[in-house]
Design a protein around this ligand. Structure first.
Ligand SMILES: N[C@@H](CCC(=O)N[C@@H](CS)C(=O)NCC(=O)O)C(=O)O
Length: 202
């Protein structure tokens, strides 16, 4: 059976959401980020970065959440969570990589600076992350103006990854009122029945 390492409060939730959407059975090993088991020799043999998530599917051991999502959609999707043409596939990579390369770091740094601050949150750091988000979010906002999903007019793994990343600053109090299309899209993806199943533990 497919095995997913990483609890619901980690990027493993994107992977489990994909598995739920595809109707695949899996076993979850709910490790917490930076917890001692993630640094054990046994886990490092699967994922030498010591991070989450990791997927084990038969002989395949895979880490990096987007690689896992692409694999699951291509292997088991039969049209679900993926797109139909090469051009749409390029578009899917474009938006996934844009979110990963330009937005993921400031989004996560803002979450860490606010939620996991050791003492008073570092306002200078938070403002620096806010500036980066305000530089890159308008492009996404404009793209999502007339769309329900990032690519191909259907739900794909790009939405599962992107919406999770972009929900992090909100948890940290970032105001999305300048980005209503993004806000609606994140809420739409977070409300998927598969997300609820993951939150409830499958
Ligand atoms: N690019 C990696 C990032 C993995 C990652 O940072 N995972 C977090 C949990 S969501 C983690 O394990 N953090 C522990 C650490 O930073 O040491 C991916 O998408 O899989």
């Amino acid at each position: 059976m497919i095995k997913v390492y990483g609890g619901v409060y980690s990027r493993a939730s994107m992977v489990m959401c994909a598995l739920e959407t595809l109707g695949l059975a899996y076993e979850n090993v709910p490790l917490m980020p930076r917890s001692e088991p993630t640094q054990s020799a046994e886990y490092l043999a699967l994922n030498p970065t010591g991070k989450l998530p990791t997927l084990v599917d038969g002989d395949l051991v895979l880490w990096e959440s987007q690689a896992i999502l692409f694999y699951l959609a291509r292997k088991y999707g039969a049209g679900l969570l993926w797109v139909d043409t090469l051009e749409q596939e390029a578009d899917l990579y474009r938006w996934s990589l844009y979110i990963s390369n330009q937005i993921e770091v400031p989004a996560l740094d803002m979450l860490l600076a606010v939620k996991y601050a050791d003492g008073e949150p570092d306002r200078q750091n938070i403002d620096a992350q806010r500036q980066l988000l305000d530089r890159f979010l308008p492009v996404l906002e404009s793209h999502l103006q007339d769309k329900e999903y990032l690519v191909g007019n259907k739900l794909t793994v790009a939405d599962l990854h992107g919406a999770m990343v972009i929900s992090w600053p909100k948890v940290a109090g970032f105001d999305y009122s300048d980005y209503p299309a993004i806000d609606r899209w994140v809420s739409r993806i977070q409300a998927l029945p598969a997300q609820e199943k993951v939150r409830q533990g499958g």
